[in-house]
Ligand binder design. Structure first.
Ligand code: DGP
Length: 142
C-alpha cells in the first residue's frame, strides 16, 4: 500500500491551508461538509493524525472517528429532519477512495430520495454555509 501523502486535499484542510465548512472539532477529530454532497448536510469526519485509510489508522483514532460520526449522525437527523443516515467509508481506489486521508461520510437521508452519485456536483457556497451552521449547532446541542 502507498504511504500517507501529506499533500492530499484533506491534509491541507486540517493544516488550515484550505478552507472548509467546519461542523465539529476536538483534539483528535475534525468534521466538515462535503462540497459535493450526495444529499443535503453530507458531512465528512476525519482523524487529525495522518492516516491513509483503514489499513494504517490506529485503532484508537478509528474508534474515536466512529464515535464522532455517531454524534454527527444523531445531530444530522434533527438538523435536516432526516428519516435515516447512511455512513460510508472507502479504502484504496478499488474500494472507492478518492481522497487519501481516512474519512467517514455521514449522509442524511429522506425516505424515497436516492443519493446523488459521488462527487457529482459542487454545492453553492451559501447552501453549504447554511447547512454547516445548522449541523454545527445541532452537534453542539448534543
Ligand atoms: P472518497 O475518497 O471516495 O470518500 O471521496 C472524497 C469525497 O471528498 C467526495 O465525496 C468529494 C469530497 N471532496 C473532494 N474534494 C473536496 C474538498 O476540497 N473539500 C471538501 N469539503 N470535500 C471534498
Amino acid at each position: 500500500m502507498p504511504s500517507y501523502d501529506p499533500k492530499n486535499i484533506f491534509a491541507k484542510i486540517l493544516r488550515g491551508e484550505l478552507p472548509s465548512y467546519k461542523v465539529y472539532e476536538d483534539d483528535k477529530a475534525f468534521a466538515f461538509l462535503d462540497i459535493m454532497p450526495r444529499a443535503p448536510g453530507h458531512a465528512l469526519v476525519l482523524p487529525k493524525a495522518p492516516a491513509r485509510n483503514v489499513f494504517d489508522v490506529s485503532p484508537d483514532d478509528f474508534a474515536h472517528v466512529m464515535g464522532v460520526a455517531q454524534r454527527v449522525a444523531k445531530a444530522a437527523m434533527k438538523a435536516f429532519e432526516a428519516d435515516g443516515v447512511t455512513l460510508q467509508q472507502f479504502n484504496e481506489g478499488a474500494g472507492g477512495q478518492v481522497v487519501f486521508h481516512l474519512h467517514v461520510h455521514v449522509i442524511p437521508r429522506k425516505t424515497g430520495v436516492a443519493m446523488k452519485p459521488p462527487a457529482a456536483e459542487k454545492e453553492k457556497p451559501e447552501v453549504l454555509a447554511r447547512n454547516a451552521k445548522k449541523l454545527a449547532a445541532a452537534i453542539a446541542a448534543g
